[in-house]
Design a binder for this molecule. Structure first.
Ligand code: DLZ
Length: 160
């Protein structure tokens, strides 16, 4: 099965992001990956017109802390959307499953609780190379995809 290029999208279908405010929460585990995701997300938001002053970044220790970091943004800042970025790499134990499940459910719950887009930019890979491939490597950058999704969802909400 071909893997989608995460950085490939039709720019004509991306609304103007000027005036939109974004929070980005980045997990510090696997920093080589997550900082590349953060750069991808930020560059893409800027490319579509977001002001630098309207993009705020906070850091949490690991992916498991992403839902709370995102909730704090929703409660203490007037951002229009929150992007969470992390990378969980499968190890020998079931830790991977529990973290992925917790983050996935946590982010979904926040979307519905706050009536605001919380964008799921979590890489869940079998090894480091697969993560690098999706953090600016041969399969693009998941941060780009998350940023485009955030812009589209804010636009959707603003136009209901
Ligand atoms: C403990 C742990 C492990 C083993 N692996 C990862 C990982 O691959 N990616 C990641 O973002 N975080 C990992 N963590 C840390 C947990 O997310 C969390 O920070 C700790 O369990 C403390 O709550």
């Amino acid at each position: 099965m071909a893997t989608k290029d995460l950085s490939e999208y039709n720019p004509e279908l991306v609304p103007d992001a000027s005036g939109m405010k974004f929070g980005i929460v980045v997990a510090e585990w696997n920093p080589e990956i997550t900082m590349a995701l953060a750069k991808g997300a930020t560059d893409t938001l800027l490319k579509h017109g977001a002001a630098e002053s309207n993009i705020k970044i906070k850091y949490v220790p690991g992916s498991f802390e992403l839902p709370l970091g995102a909730q704090l943004f929703a409660e203490h800042d007037n951002v229009d959307a929150i992007i969470v970025l992390g990378c969980v790499i499968q190890g020998e134990t079931r830790h991977f499953d529990f973290i992925c499940q917790g983050v996935t459910q946590g982010i979904m719950d926040l979307n519905l609780k706050y009536d605001k887009p919380f964008i799921f930019g979590l890489l869940t890979t079998g090894n480091q190379q697969q993560a690098l491939d999706r953090a600016g490597g041969k399969h693009g950058n998941k941060g780009d995809e998350a940023a485009v999704t955030a812009i589209k969802m804010v636009h959707l909400k603003n136009n209901f």
